[in-house]
Design a protein around this ligand. Structure first.
Ligand code: TRP
Length: 442
C-alpha cells in the first residue's frame, strides 16, 4: 500500500476551502474573458445561457470532482489508481497533470501583462496617448521579450512562494487575504462604472436579453466559458477536494464556489459594460477590451489613474489565486505519487510551467494554440472523462455515499445521478462538437 505523504495538507475549515475554491475559480476568466465574450455574443442572452449551464451541468461536474478527491485524498492520477487500479483511467489523471502545466504556462504570461499594467497605469504611461497609440503601446509591450518573459517569471515566482507555504499556510491563507481585497476593488469599480453618465445603454445591453443576438456559436462560447470559469476538467477541484474533511458538506461547498464565481463574473460585467457604452466604445472589441479599451476610459474619468491601477491590481489578484490552483495539480501529483517534499514538488511544477510558458511569452500565436489545446480541448475531454467515470464506472451509489458523509440529509440522489450520468456527459460531448464546428468560439 502507498503511505500518505505528510506533505499533503488539509483546509483548516469549510470557509478556508470555499475561499480557496473561489480563489481558483475567480480569475482572468471572470474579469477579462467573461465580459469580453458576453459583449461579443450579445450581452444578456449570453448571460442567461451561461447561468443555465452553471446550474444544470457545471455544478454536477464540480461535485463529482470534489467527491473523487475527498474520497481518495489523492491528486487526479492517484484518484484513478486508487478507484480503478490497473485500468487506462489513470491516463485521464495524467492528462490533467499535463493540462495543468499547459494552462499555467500561458496563464502566467497573461497574468504577467496584467501585473505590468499596474505599474504602467500608475505611472500615467497612457494618459496622453490617443486610442491608436494605446493600442500600439499594448502590442509593443507584449512583443517586448524581456518584459514578457520577465513578468511571467515574476508572476510564477509569486505563485511558487505561496505554494511553498502549503495548503493551510499558503493557499488558504493567501486566498483569505486576497479574495476580500478583490471584492472591495471590484465593488468600487462597479459603483464608478454604473454611475457614469450614459451607463444605462450598457446596462440594458447587459440585462435585457435580445434573443435575436444569440447564435449557436454564442451558446458554445457560454457553456465553454462556464466550465473554464469554474476550474473544471483538469483536476483542480479533485485536488482541492482532496484537502477537504469528511465533515464538510460537498453540495453546499460546491454551491458556494459556484455562487461566488458567478457573482463575481456578473459584477465584472457591471464594471465593464456600462463604461464601454458610456464612452461609445465597442463591446465586441474582443481580447483587446481590457488592455486597450479600458485604458482609454481611465483617461477620461475623474481619478482614472487610481481606478485604472486598482483595476489591474484586481486582475492580478484574481490571476494569482487561480494560478496557484493550476500549478498545485502537478505539485500534488509529485507529492503523492513520487513522494517528493512539497518544496521540490512545487519547484518542479512551477519551473516546468515557467519554461513551458516562454514560447507563449514570445509569440502570440503560440499562446493562442496553447489555449486551444489545453484551455479548450484538454479541459473538455477532462470534464467528459470525469462525468463518465463518476456516472458509469465509480457509480452513482459511491458518489452519493461520498456526498452523504458530510451531508446525511441530502435527498437529491436521483437528481444528481441523472445529472452526472446523462445531462453532464451529453452536454459536454455537445460542447466538444460545438468547439469543432466553431473553433474560435471562445
Ligand atoms: N477558473 C479560472 C479563471 O476563471 C482559471 C482556472 C483555474 C482553471 N484553475 C483551473 C481553468 C482549472 C480550468 C481548469 O480564470
Amino acid at each position: 500500500m502507498n503511505t500518505v505523504n505528510n506533505d499533503r495538507g488539509v483546509w483548516s475549515s469549510k470557509l478556508g476551502f470555499i475561499l480557496a475554491g473561489a480563489g481558483s475559480a475567480v480569475g482572468l476568466g471572470n474579469i477579462w474573458r467573461f465580459p469580453t465574450v458576453a459583449g461579443e455574443f450579445g450581452g444578456a442572452a449570453f448571460v442567461v445561457v451561461y447561468l443555465v449551464a452553471v446550474a444544470l451541468i457545471c455544478l454536477a461536474v464540480m461535485i463529482a470532482e470534489l467527491s473523487l478527491g475527498r474520497n481518495t485524498q489523492r491528486n487526479p492520477v492517484g484518484v484513478y489508481k486508487t478507484l480503478a487500479p490497473g485500468t487506462a483511467w489513470k491516463y485521464l489523471g495524467i492528462l490533467g497533470v499535463i493540462t495543468g502545466w499547459g494552462i499555467s504556462s500561458f496563464y502566467s504570461v497573461i497574468a504577467g501583462w496584467t501585473f505590468g499594467y499596474i505599474f504602467k497605469t500608475a505611472a500615467g504611461t497612457f494618459s496622453n496617448l490617443s486610442p491608436d497609440e494605446i493600442a500600439q503601446a499594448f502590442s509593443n509591450f507584449i512583443s517586448n521579450p524581456v518584459a514578457a518573459i520577465g513578468l511571467h517569471a515574476v508572476f510564477m515566482t509569486f505563485t511558487m512562494l505561496i505554494l511553498f507555504g502549503g495548503v493551510k499556510a499558503g493557499i488558504e491563507k493567501w486566498s483569505k487575504i486576497l479574495m476580500p481585497l478583490l471584492l472591495v476593488i471590484l465593488v468600487l469599480l462597479v459603483v464608478r462604472s454604473v454611475t457614469l453618465p450614459g451607463a444605462e445603454k450598457g446596462l440594458s445591453f447587459y440585462l435585457k436579453p435580445n434573443w435575436g443576438n444569440l447564435t449557436g456559436k454564442g451558446i458554445v462560447a457560454a457553456v465553454g466559458q462556464a466550465f473554464f470559469s469554474l476550474s473544471l476538467g483538469m483536476g483542480t477541484m479533485i485536488t482541492y477536494g482532496s484537502y477537504l474533511s469528511k465533515q464538510d458538506n460537498l453540495i453546499s461547498s460546491a454551491a458556494w464556489v459556484g455562487f461566488l464565481d458567478t457573482g463575481i463574473a456578473l459584477m465584472a460585467g457591471f464594471a465593464i459594460m456600462p463604461a464601454i457604452f458610456a464612452f461609445g466604445l465597442d463591446p465586441q472589441a474582443g481580447a483587446g477590451l481590457i488592455f486597450v479599451v479600458l485604458p482609454n476610459m481611465f483617461n477620461e474619468i475623474f481619478l482614472g489613474t487610481v481606478f485604472g491601477t486598482g483595476f489591474f491590481v484586481l486582475l492580478s489578484v484574481a490571476a494569482v489565486t487561480s494560478l496557484i490552483s493550476i500549478v498545485e495539480v502537478p505539485a500534488a501529483y509529485f507529492i503523492d505519487e513520487w513522494k517528493l517534499s512539497r518544496k521540490k514538488a512545487v519547484l518542479i511544477a512551477g519551473l516546468g510551467a515557467f519554461l513551458a510558458g516562454i514560447p507563449a511569452a514570445l509569440n502570440g500565436n503560440f499562446l493562442n494554440w496553447m489555449n486551444v489545446i489545453f484551455g479548450q480541448y484538454s479541459l473538455i475531454i477532462g470534464s467528459l472523462g470525469v462525468s463518465v467515470f463518476v456516472g458509469w464506472n465509480w457509480g452513482v451509489a459511491n458518489v452519493n455515499a461520498e456526498i452523504a458523509e458530510g451531508n446525511p440529509k441530502f435527498r437529491g440522489q436521483r437528481i444528481y445521478g441523472f445529472a452526472i450520468r446523462f445531462l453532464a456527459p451529453i452536454a459536454v460531448a455537445a460542447l466538444l462538437v460545438g468547439l469543432i464546428l466553431f473553433p474560435d468560439a471562445f
